[in-house]
Design a protein around this ligand. Sequence first.
Ligand code: B12
Ligand code: SF4
Length: 446
Amino acid sequence: MGGDFFFRLPSLGLLKVAALTPPDWHLTIIDEKVETLDLNAEADLVGITAMTTTVTHGYALADHFRRRGIAVVMGGMHVSQLPEEALQHCDAVVVGEAENLWSAVLADFEQRRLRRLYGHENGLPALDSLPLPDWTLYRPKKYLPVHFVETTRGCPLDCEFCSVTNAFGGSYRNRPVEQVLAELSGLRRFEGFLTLKDIVFFVDDNIVGNRAYARELFARLADLKIRWFGQASVNIANDPQVLQLCQKSGCAGIFIGFESLSTKTLAEMGKRVNRPQNYLELVKRIHDHGIGIDGSFVFGFDTDDDGVFDRTLEFTLRAKLEVAYFSILTPYPGTRLYNRLAADDRILTRDWTLYDANHVVYRPRPFTPDRLLDGYYATLRSFYACGSILKRLWGSRSYKNFFYPMNFGFQQSVRKLYRAYEQGTLRIPTSAPGSRSDLASLSEPG
Ligand code: B12
Ligand code: SF4
């Protein structure tokens, strides 16, 4: 599920890279989600970040700047998995986290000895002294009023479809609570930042993965009186103390990866912590603490059946989820899912632009690609219909000033997507062509 509303969010990754850049570099961040990139801009070095779905455009930009004689370094989730592919378009790739690597890239560039690959040969970076991101770099940009902060990296669960364990490691690395608090207090000091309408989004994949850490963090957050949103596993509701501290800390809502209502499907993907028979009870406990829920569900697993769409929709309505995030199963490079489907020759296309979870890019087992697409769009449309929004939020004790705009924002995105679906623009690939290049859409350098 994607669209305009959803995309107007800042990139924390680039702010982190900016924070690692020595002060004698003059640095500008351009985010094409909210502004236009001047293709004739002057630069000594261009850095590009991309996820899989945006990487084709990233490659086109890299080609463009290199044609102009400007060196290009790429980083981020996709190129870290497929550095050889990226090196066809850029001068160097930073594989994984920029910490401990970026300063070497810049030094090598200055000495004209840029290497092709930079990676973590001696383990992943510790998070105990990360430089604080400078949000003033984003000040004039027209983002939604959200600030991203991280407290943790990594996840031990390694669910088959997810990129996180492979990218950030199989354990939780935590930042010292003190530093997280310093970052949040710093945000507050900027005039106009972290006002009441702003919200902090903790990008951690599971903010309660390390319970002792979560308890300390939540207890200390309470003093700051912020409102925050984050991601947690559903078993947050099994720990009454954590849940209570979470409420007191200013949690407005949590994104929960329910993924599926089938025990068999959850076993297939390896998400061992989820027990669907307890979902309704756990949701109720979270709601009783005034915390809203954005539930995430994925369609297209091998153990799904034709009834999966209706069952999932019914659950989301019964549970009165404030928001739900539906996706079509997508095999991102580097995941166990990608490797399995590739080995079975079930990947239909490597046109990365279609890897946005709104398209079917692999051969599903339980139904045809058309049925998967139909079921997905029907679910999206029903969930974000006005009647559904009102019913779900009616009587909810969650922070409605946040969830109403979020629902109506998603509704706009869903309508746009649905139009594309009806017009047949969201086609199903039938063969496996190479990555499409949108080079042609870029004007030549002046
Ligand atoms: C917040 C978030 C979002 C936000 C904001 C995204 C943004 N603008 O950054 C929103 C909600 C918009 C979003 C949307 C989507 N997301 Co998202 N998102 C995340 C999440 C939870 C955190 C991202 C983050 O801030 N991480 C922390 C920062 C510090 O890490 P980082 O960005 O990777 O940057 C570090 C390194 O990668 C590197 N680096 C990054 N860029 C560069 C560039 C250079 C030059 C250098 C040197 C280094 C470098 O250095 C940084 C510091 O160490 C991640 C999960 C995760 N743990 O990362 C998923 C994740 C990135 N998202 C994912 C996906 C699939 C999506 C969507 C396709 C979902 C969908 N169905 O629509 C969309 C695509 C949006 C789009 N078109 O761009 C996948 C990506 C898989 C992939 N291979 O691409 C992830 C990994 C989730 C997952 N479980 O698999 N997402
Ligand atoms: S889906 Fe969530 S729990 Fe599973 S590996 Fe990814 S981040 Fe961890």
